[in-house]
Structures are given as C-alpha cells and as structure tokens.
Design a protein around this ligand. Structure first.
Ligand code: SAM
Length: 216
C-alpha cells in the first residue's frame, strides 16, 4: 500500500513542468514554449489557467482584433502570444527576473510581421505604474496566489484600466485567500464568471470598473 496517497493527474501535471518545452496549437499556429522549472520556477512553465484562457480567447470570448492588451505575470507569455496571433497589440509583462526567458518565448513564437505590435516589459505589480497608460484589455493567468501581492496587483489593475477596459483573470482558486482577492476586486469592479473548466478546475472571471455616478 502506498504510504503517501497520490492523484495521478497531479503527478502528470508535475512531470509536465519538468519538460524543457511544451507545444500548443492556437489561432492556426503551432506554439513551442521553452520551460525551465529548475532555474526559474513558476514563471517558466505553462499553467493550466493560461491554456484555458487561450482557448477562451481563440473561441472569441472577446474580440481582440486591433485592441491594446496587457498581460500581467505572463510567465512564458503563452497568453500574450495567442492574443498577438488574434490581432491584438500586446504588452507582455512580468518581473525583471523572468524577462529574458519571456522575451525568448515571445520572439520564438510571434511571426515576424506581428512583432512590431508586441512588446515585452518589466512590470512588478504596484511599481513604476506611471510608465504605463490604460489598455483596452488586461489579461492574467494564474496570478492570484500570493496574498502579499494582492493589494499591489489590485492597484496595478486599477491603474491600467478605464471604465471601458475588459479584465480577464483565469485562475485556479487553491486557497480561501484567493477568494479574498476576488472580494477585493468586487469593491471596484463588476466581476462575472464567464467560464469554469471543471477538468482542470480553472475559472475565468471577466471584470469591468464600476462606474459610480454614471446614472446621474
Ligand atoms: C503561476 S505563474 C503564472 C504564469 C503564466 N501566467 C501562466 O499562467 O502560465 C505566476 C506569475 O506571476 C508572476 N508574478 C508573481 N509575483 C509578481 C509580482 N509581484 N509582480 C509581477 N509579476 C509577478 C510570476 O513571475 C509568474 O510569472
């Protein structure tokens, strides 16, 4: 009898993180993502939330064509790459430490003719926000997980959006504290669940700024 109970899907998920690359097909393109769990950890593997968000975008969940999009906590950049393939002008961001790796994946996968519409920039939530103007769309996959970053993440989303900005957060809600972030969001945004993928336990929430006083 196994002393440590295990769930095969969890083990397969962990094994997947140790692969040096992962391949996906979105928007009629094969995307080959480099991974490096050993050296860069969470920022250098593709999380289920990113895959589910890409499927949602590819299915036309929202129209991205010609819209300005910023991806927060992009990791390998899969979501930003797919947004670019779907016609968006994309700013892909993460912490400085993850940037070189992110840049490589973006440049390996975005076709040359679309590259002028894609930029990779450092953005640590809550810092240097004055360097960024509002976007049409803000996307983030699996970025609700560190309680100490919640206020900075919220401030970042508040800074990057207007009342017309659509925010899409794809997440696995692992702990009660993750729900707390959604409660923080609800103080400023109307938040609606637009998709739940039961197989991988990923939710996608769409949020828009509450426009106080518009009805006056
Ligand atoms: C679980 S990974 C998700 C990566 C990618 N979005 C995906 O779903 O495959 C969380 C990401 O958030 C980024 N992150 C964590 N804290 C951050 C912070 N304070 N500012 C900016 N990014 C942060 C990490 O570097 C990492 O890339």
């Amino acid at each position: 009898m196994a002393l440590v109970p295990y769930d095969e899907t969890v083990l397969n998920g962990l094994k997947r993180f140790h692969n040096s690359s992962a391949s996906y097909t979105f928007a009629n393109h094969t995307i080959q993502i480099k991974q490096n769990w050993k050296e860069l950890g969470v920022a250098a593997v593709v999380w289920d939330a990113a895959i589910v968000l890409c499927m949602y975008l590819e299915a036309g969940g929202i129209n991205l064509n010609g819209r300005s999009v910023i991806e927060l906590g992009a990791g390998t950049g899969l979501v930003g790459i797919v947004a670019a393939l779907l016609g968006a002008e994309v700013t892909v961001t993460d912490r400085e430490v993850a940037l070189e790796f992110l840049n490589t994946n973006v440049h390996d996968n975005v076709p040359e003719d679309l590259l002028p519409k894609v930029s990779v920039k450092p953005l640590t939530w809550g810092k240097g926000l004055e360097d960024f103007s509002p976007f049409d769309v803000i996307v983030g996959a699996d970025i609700i997980y560190l309680e100490e970053t919640f206020q900075d993440l919220l401030n970042t989303i508040l800074h990057l959006g207007t009342e017309n900005t659509v925010i899409l957060l794809s997440c696995k809600l692992r702990y009660q504290r993750d729900h707390h972030f959604l409660d923080m969001m609800k103080q400023h945004f109307s938040v609606v669940e637009v998709l739940y993928d039961q197989k991988v336990d990923v939710h996608i929430y769409k949020a828009m700024k509450i426009c106080h006083g518009k009805e006056l």
